[in-house]
Design a protein around this ligand. Sequence first.
Ligand code: 3PY
Length: 248
Amino acid sequence: MRRKLVIGNWKMNGSLAANSVLLRGIVAGYAAQNADCGVCAPAPYLAQCQSELTGTPVAWGAQDVSAYAAGAYTGEVAASMLQEFGCRYVLCGHSERRAYHHETNEVVAQKVLAALNAGLTPVVCVGETLEEREAGRTNVVVCAQLQAVLDVLEAAAVEKIVLAYEPVWAIGTGKTATPALAQEVHGMLRKQVAERNPVAAANMAILYGGSMKPENAKDLLAQADIDGGLIGGASLKVADFLAIVHAA
Ligand code: 3PY
């Protein structure tokens, strides 16, 4: 039985004061038996996460990483730097990075490699736009996004990644994929991973993201191939985030 995992993606939100209330609230209220949890904070707040969360059951991570190890890449943050701040996770290829920062499947794959080289767990995000779904291209799009990552990894390294299926049309829109629809894509992704490494596929956490909230978390998390959530807006409120973690 795979253990559930719920990760908050704060996006570009927060302040030292607000984060402190949020992190302390999560730590104080976390009582999950079946789920691990973590938060992915903006880079400047990783030191705060490290100081508030070290020694607690709540992990932390970043929302992006450079594909490069070091050098003249102004504004970029290297995986080794995230590792120094105690990060366990790093999101790779979130749809907002793909859309607004033009990250291609190949760039995302290089970021995944950089994360793994620094001992981080990449949370590889895939998902289709509304246009792609309506054109019947969901499977082609998400499989290509995943395949680009599988192609650069040794088979054994596939065991070290987490996947997140986030339909772009469900992000920040309040629309959520139905549990059946999400399950269909999750099942397909797991089969694709199994073709490369069956053990990795059986053990891999595949998270659902896209307007997951307390009201819909239980039904989504009850699906056979949905192993947790990548939570946007609801991760900024202690009660909502914990309700999702505890529904897992
Ligand atoms: C959302 O649910 O809005 C997300 O993008 C989570 O990453």
